[in-house]
Design a protein around this ligand. Structure first.
Ligand SMILES: CC(C)(COP(=O)(O)OP(=O)(O)OC[C@H]1O[C@@H](n2cnc3c(N)ncnc32)[C@H](O)[C@@H]1OP(=O)(O)O)[C@@H](O)C(=O)NCCC(=O)NCCS
Length: 152
């Protein structure tokens, strides 16, 4: 497994928007096309969308948020993982871990010391995945989702 990240361009747009998670997981993450639309409407530099490719095969999509105004009042700025969609037939092979480590490296490169994520709570969400990768719940919720943080 030698995955890499690609910027989303006209050349791989269809591959990115074609990433499909498993049936029954749709409550846990938005479709890629919605994430890309959100990236477009946010100020430049806030969203960091990337296609995850292995051996030229698209295996997933991630979108980080970089230095956002968390409360909307300028008091707290955070970076983290906004979206993560690993393709149905390539889940369980380490691509999710690769995505988290890649975003952690990017945040660290920019001088960040913490990586945030929020997830759908309960057994039908990805909580165990994030806890296994070292995130801890910080006691907050965001839009009904559990907030987790990883020290970098
Ligand atoms: C959650 C998701 C991103 C995990 O990606 P993945 O590529 O399948 O995960 P990995 O293969 O990298 O797994 C990394 C580790 O987490 C564990 N893990 C992954 N999913 C898990 C789950 N649902 N429950 C428990 N452990 C899990 C793996 O066993 C592995 O542990 P190990 O390295 O100790 O063996 C993927 O299943 C997915 O896209 N789900 C649907 C959408 C979603 O929930 N996205 C997150 C939105 S916040």
């Amino acid at each position: 497994m030698t995955p890499r990240l690609e910027e989303v361009t006209p050349a791989n747009f269809d591959a990115a928007t074609g990433i499909r998670i498993r049936p029954g997981q749709e409550h846990a993450v938005e479709p890629v096309v919605k994430s890309l639309a959100e990236a477009y409407v946010h100020p430049a530099g806030v969203a960091w969308p990337r296609l995850i490719v292995d051996d030229d095969r698209p295996v997933g999509f991630l979108m980080a948020f970089l230095d956002i105004d968390w409360n909307g009042d300028g008091s707290v700025h955070r970076s983290g993982l906004w979206r993560l969609n690993i393709a149905a037939d390539t889940q369980g092979r380490g691509y999710g871990r690769f995505a988290v480590e890649s975003v952690a490296a990017e945040i660290r490169r920019r001088g960040g010391k913490e990586m945030y994520v929020s997830w759908h709570p309960g057994p039908d969400g990805p909580e165990e995945f994030y806890l296994r990768l070292g995130f801890r719940k910080n006691g907050e919720t965001s839009g009904g989702q559990t907030v987790g943080v990883l020290e970098l």
